[in-house]
Design a protein around this ligand. Structure first.
Ligand code: DC
Length: 224
């Protein structure tokens, strides 16, 4: 496999990007870079400081003095915010419902994108997010736009939450997902959008291993 090869996986919330990206990275021995986790970590930091999330400058300043580290361990990736393990905390409801707003600010995105490009610089990385193929790595060798119906995405989140013993309301989840889609795709700067040269995969009726297999096939094709 090409030493510099990078794989970009974009798509709306709940399409299965992170699970698929992890599996692809594992099978190819690539580095998995969860860019959403970086925006989530900043959101958590801002919430803790009680900052005004509408204010892009304040958030950009906060990011400037915040370290966010994705630490790869045997059992997965841990997210460190100023060296504190926040892997679980960044999945809380409060973070999820505010992360689209935090990530909509241009200053925040410019700094995050710079960090993400550095992480992917050496190649052999799988990045998942919203703007990887269109903006972060426009020259990525493999670009995938992963979708699934809102209904199916809400169903997956519902099951995930139930498995974790969290209470879940299906209709509410559906509404939250639709709202996040709307915010992520209509923001002014680097919105969620399929890159012209991305391959669209609809995962509504595919299993995670099936999607991962399709992406690995693409990577092998591109490596030829
Ligand atoms: O993939 P996720 O649900 O953890 O992402 C959280 C939020 O971060 C998502 O609502 C949009 C934002 N995001 C983004 O704007 N750009 C990225 N590359 C990744 C995530």
């Amino acid at each position: 496999m090409n030493k510099k090869m990078n794989i970009a996986i974009d798509g709306p919330a709940g399409a299965g990007k992170s699970t698929v990206a992890k599996l692809v990275a594992e099978q190819l021995s690539f580095l998995y870079i969860d860019t959403g986790a970086m925006y989530r970590a900043l959101t958590l930091a801002a919430l803790r400081e009680g900052l005004n999330l509408e204010n892009g400058q304040v958030l950009t300043d906060l990011l400037g003095k915040t370290s966010i580290h994705l630490q790869h361990e045997q059992d997965g990736v841990r997210v460190l915010l100023n060296n504190e393990d926040v892997t679980e905390a960044i999945r809380m409801k409060d973070v999820t419902s505010n992360v689209s707003l935090v990530s909509s600010h241009e200053g925040v995105r410019i700094e995050m994108v710079e960090r993400q490009r550095k992480l992917a610089e050496k190649g052999q990385a799988v990045l998942d997010g919203r703007d990887i193929g269109t903006y972060v790595l426009p020259n990525a060798d493999v670009k995938v736009f992963l979708t699934a119906s809102v209904e199916e995405r809400a169903r997956r989140r519902f099951e995930e939450q139930q498995q974790k013993g969290m209470s879940a309301d299906f209709e509410q989840l559906k509404q939250d997902i639709a709202r996040r889609d709307q915010l992520d795709s209509t923001r002014a700067f680097a919105p969620l959008k399929k890159a012209d040269d991305a391959v669209e995969i609809d995962s509504t009726s595919l299993t995670i291993p099936e999607v991962a297999k399709a992406i690995i096939e693409l990577a092998k094709e591109r490596a030829r």
